[in-house]
Write a protein that binds this ligand. Structure first.
Ligand code: NAD
Length: 317
């Protein structure tokens, strides 16, 4: 297989590429290195297994250049990863999510590329959905601009399947954590403790409760599900069996970093920021029925991530 991975120099994308290269696929990466790092895929670039097209998914020229390289499957992961950004800059998700996904699909149509996997999110379900939330839940009413762009991306993909005969896999991820993470709650906590080991500020009341999936489990689940499903449009939640509270994450990070004297301070309120969904848990029966199960539940994934990121970031200046 010759795959195009948009966002392949990023956190999840680089782990996906490790797996694709290991199974012998050829990989082209389209990434503008805004939150991704060349170092995450350096080993594969040097070995000649991966080609990096440094470009922007918002540019149809850049997307067409990458798509013109004999691609048969697209893994579309590039996007603004920061849900909070939408509270300050209101067109980022529209441009880098919705319009960029249109660019990918249109370039696929023109180049005759038939298969796409898309990194969507549990946040498309919005607030008040039944927990755990099955893929059949609807109507989906996201409450963040990021969530709206993921839902729009799903709609565009579904329409390209219906109109132009594409085959698609849409994955709604829980919180994905692990080595090489560059954002998210565990990453934030370690940086806060690095700046000041005496206190840890937690956004909200700490009772937010979400499901966490280790990145190795996430990329293995993607590839497994694609191998074991063959509908024109395949939709699957990816998450672990349980949830963890932000309070528990703070305790684990304090423990792993050894900052046992840190006072955990809560800013209050039921959510971290406007558009945050305080409680989320995905129904994962479709993933399980495909024959894939996670190796780590939420707490194990969080502890493993804290250990990896501590090693990568370090507490010393
Ligand atoms: P990430 O920031 O590490 O990866 C995104 C990659 O896309 C980066 O390498 C970045 O440089 C690249 N990129 C961003 N904007 C670009 C642009 N305009 N043109 C080209 N490249 C661009 O984030 P991640 O956590 O690996 O997320 C990957 C995907 O998974 C994203 O679509 C994200 O929305 C989705 N997702 C992630 C999570 C999670 O918990 N990490 C949860 C749900 C969905």
């Amino acid at each position: 297989m010759r795959a195009l991975v948009t966002g392949g120099a990023g956190f999840i994308g680089s782990h996906l590429i490790d797996r694709l290269v290991a199974r012998g696929d050829e990989v082209v990466v389209l990434d503008n290195l805004s939150s991704g790092h060349r170092s995450f895929i350096a080993e594969h670039l040097e070995a000649g297994n991966v080609e990096l097209v440094e470009g922007d998914i918002c540019s149809m020229d850049d997307v067409s250049t990458a798509m013109g390289k004999g691609i048969d499957t697209v893994f579309h992961l590039a996007a603004n990863p920061d849900i909070r950004l939408g509270t300050r800059i209101t067109d980022t998700d529209l441009k880098q999510g919705t319009i960029a996904t249109y660019n990918i699909l249109e370039a696929m149509r023109v180049a005759g590329v038939q298969r796409i996997a898309f990194a969507s999110s549990s946040v498309v379900y919005g607030e008040g959905a039944p927990l755990p939330t099955p893929e059949t839940h609807g109507p989906c009413m996201p409450i963040s601009l990021y969530g709206a762009s993921k839902q729009a991306g799903e709609g565009l993909i579904s329409s390209w399947v219906g109109t132009f005969g594409l085959q698609a896999w849409i994955f709604r991820f829980a919180n994905v954590v692990g080595a090489r993470g560059t954002h998210g709650v565990i990453f934030d906590f370690i940086h806060k403790l690095k700046n000041d080991p005496s206190r840890l500020e937690v956004l909200g009341n700490g009772l937010q409760e979400k499901s966490y999936m280790e990145v190795g489990d996430c990329v293995d689940a993607i590839l497994h599900y694609m191998q074991h499903t063959n509908e024109p449009l395949n939709l699957c939640n990816l998450g672990s069996h349980d949830t963890a509270s932000v309070r528990r994450i703070a305790e684990i990070v304090v423990d792993v970093t050894g900052c046992h004297d840190a006072v955990i301070e809560y800013t209050g309120g039921d959510r971290g920021w406007a558009g945050d969904i305080p409680k989320a848990r995905l129904a994962i029966e479709r993933m399980l029925e495909s024959g894939f199960d996670v190796r780590m539940n939420s707490e194990a994934a969080i502890r493993h991530t804290a250990e990896c990121l501590l090693e990568e970031i370090g507490l010393e200046e």
